[in-house]
Ligand binder design. Structure first.
Ligand code: APR
Length: 260
């Protein structure tokens, strides 16, 4: 079914809050743009990673076949001077929206764990592109202890292997060409089915299947609010499109919804 074309009728936060004021099962869908104010670059924005790196280098096939790619990645991950990122006001506003009973859940494309660091509980987040915190045995899929891998890397094991079967290891980040985590996808679909509105924040809405979740809600006519700096691939479907930084817009929007 072709989703309805609805030009964004309003662009103010107050009017957007008016469209969401009676909604109690809002799905929040986030992309890399919500974390740029925490110092993490996005992918397709003006200074995005894909402006200087080739996404085709970040495939599962390259991880499995290129020892040098794995060594470089483990080196970045375990580097003692690796930056520590912290949540920003956008993440905190979503946690507030959850705490005040307006949300069904948050589907995030991000792997940085900043929603949870801002206070959104694990049961409120579906990380459909995985996360950068875990490590698994590639051959058998089971979790492995991250501290043990780190200490073996620090002792010189630059391409750490599974202590049980000797397989290569892999971060729990989803690489291109890899299936999305079935548990997160099932949770995301359940929330999509049960949502009564969606707010998409900091995403070009250009990567599938993740982008299908907000589009499914828009397609059945529920309010579709886009908060983004710059255009997205689906602005024409938005009930409301607000141009701006997540860290500025979300506290104002959530504040208006909580005030009722
Ligand atoms: N506030 C609002 N929007 C912002 C901010 C901000 N502070 N900073 C950047 N943006 C906007 C950018 O201008 C861009 O339009 O957020 C959007 C981020 O879009 P992408 O870089 O395409 O990120 P995302 O949509 O999350 O990408 C999806 O692509 O490469 C894959 O796996 C990767 O999960 C990622 C997926």
């Amino acid at each position: 079914m072709t989703p309805p074309i609805r030009l964004a009728a309003v662009t103010t936060v107050a009017a957007a809050a008016g469209r969401l004021s009676d909604r109690t099962r809002i799905l929040v869908f986030t992309g890399a743009g919500i974390s740029t104010e925490s110092g993490i670059p996005d992918f397709r924005g003006p200074h995005g990673l894909w402006k200087r790196l080739d996404p085709n280098d970040f495939t599962l096939e390259r991880w499995v076949t290129s020892e040098s790619f794995r060594i470089e990645a483990w080196g970045r991950r375990f580097a003692p001077d690796r930056p520590v990122y912290r949540p920003n006001d956008g993440h905190r506003a979503i946690a507030d929206l959850w705490r005040t009973g307006h949300m069904i859940g948050c589907i995030t494309q991000n792997i940085d764990g900043l929603h949870q660091a801002a206070g959104l509980p694990d049961e409120g987040v579906a990380e459909v592109h995985g996360n950068a915190s875990g490590i698994v045995c590639y051959a058998e899929g089971h979790d492995v202890d991250v501290d043990d891998v780190r200490s073996r890397w620090e002792d010189g094991e630059t391409d750490p292997r599974c202590a049980g079967c000797g397989s290569i290891l892999k971060s729990t980040t989803v690489l291109f060409g890899e299936n999305l985590p079935p548990g997160a996808v099932a949770r995301a679909q359940g929330w999509t089915d049960g949502a009564d509105a969606v707010i998409a924040v900091g995403s070009t809405l250009s990567v599938y299947p993740a982008a299908y979740f907000p589009l499914e809600i828009a397609g059945r006519g529920d309010p579709f609010v886009i908060v983004n700096e710059g255009p997205t691939d689906h602005d024409r479907l938005a009930t409301v499109r607000i141009e701006g930084k997540a860290g500025d817009v979300l506290p104002e929007l959530v504040g208006a919804l909580i005030a009722g």
